[in-house]
Design a protein around this ligand. Structure first.
Ligand code: BGC
Length: 277
């Protein structure tokens, strides 16, 4: 049997010396992840598509933790943008060790009225965007290989999925299809690249208080309705996701590969069955 290295880690700086790219890092969950990564000691590239000012603010906050940070503009659904973004991140930090494939959007519509434009837009950003970024990240992980002083893995990819990779969602066929696709994309890359020491996992957030789902929490009535879907009886915060992302990016989770961790207060537990069935 070979010798197995269980890494020794500093719990206060578990991402020290690593460089991360967080797509869609200028707001919502991505912003939370970018900041938490900086706190955990990583250099962070904050990708944005429109919100340059917000991204720059986040960069300043991350720099205050004593690490490097940059804002980098790219539409993740465009191949040339993604290739240029990776070039910039790698030339600034020397490499990229962690990709958080987070950029995502909703364009909701009743199914029979859903335009091809809405379909293509959501699949383009949520699924094709994750493919393009993962591909560029993997190229860099394979080029560099393992640097033991940084991490026992050659690279880590965290796909931001959703409870809707398993929970069907009426009125959101494009979104649910993109998240179902992410699930098989994630597991296939994980299976293919595990021998090269690349770890690929996903987080499945439930309802997290961000701009994407404002209508679900901004009035008391909407919030109370939402609670019927969440056994733990509170909405999630970006920090709930960010802490899970830090764990998945670190060597603490070195034996986790090809998994989705649902961070959802129990939303995937069929809450209607608590009182029915
Ligand atoms: C969606 C949110 C929604 C949550 C739970 C997320 O993936 O983006 O709008 O509140 O799933 O349904």
């Amino acid at each position: 049997m070979p010798n197995i290295d269980i890494p020794q880690l500093d719990p206060l700086a578990i991402l020290k010396g690593q460089s991360a790219l967080v797509t869609g890092g200028s707001s919502g969950i991505g912003k939370g992840v970018a900041i938490e990564f900086g706190k955990a000691g990583a250099n962070v590239a904050v990708n944005y598509s429109h919100k340059a000012d917000e991204a720059e603010e986040i960069v300043k906050e991350i720099e205050s933790f004593g690490v490097k940070a940059i804002a980098v503009k790219a539409d993740v659904s465009k191949e040339e943008d993604v290739v240029a973004m990776f070039k910039e991140v790698i030339s600034t930090f020397g490499t990229v060790d962690i990709l958080v494939n987070n950029a995502g959007m909703q364009k909701d519509s009743p199914f029979h009225e859903m335009s091809l434009e809405y379909w293509n837009k959501v699949i383009g950003v949520n699924l094709t965007g994750q493919f393009l970024c993962a591909r560029e990240a993997v190229k860099e992980f394979l080029r560099r290989g393992v640097k033991k002083e940084v991490s026992v893995a050659a690279g880590k990819i965290i796909h931001m999925s959703s409870v809707h990779e398993v929970v069907p969602w009426a009125g959101h066929a494009n979104y649910a299809a993109s998240k179902g696709g992410i699930h098989m994309l994630m597991q296939t890359i994980a299976q293919e690249l595990a021998p090269q020491k690349i770890r690929v996992n996903a987080i499945g957030p439930g309802a997290i208080k961000t701009p994407i789902n404002r209508v679900a929490w901004e009035t008391e009535e909407a919030y109370n309705d939402l609670m019927k879907l969440i056994p733990y009886n509170r909405i999630g915060l970006p920090e709930d996701i960010a802490r899970t992302a830090v764990f998945l990016a670190s060597d603490y989770s070195d034996y986790i590969n090809g998994s989705t961790i649902f961070v959802d207060g129990g939303m995937t537990l069929y809450p209607g069955f608590r009182t029915g069935g």
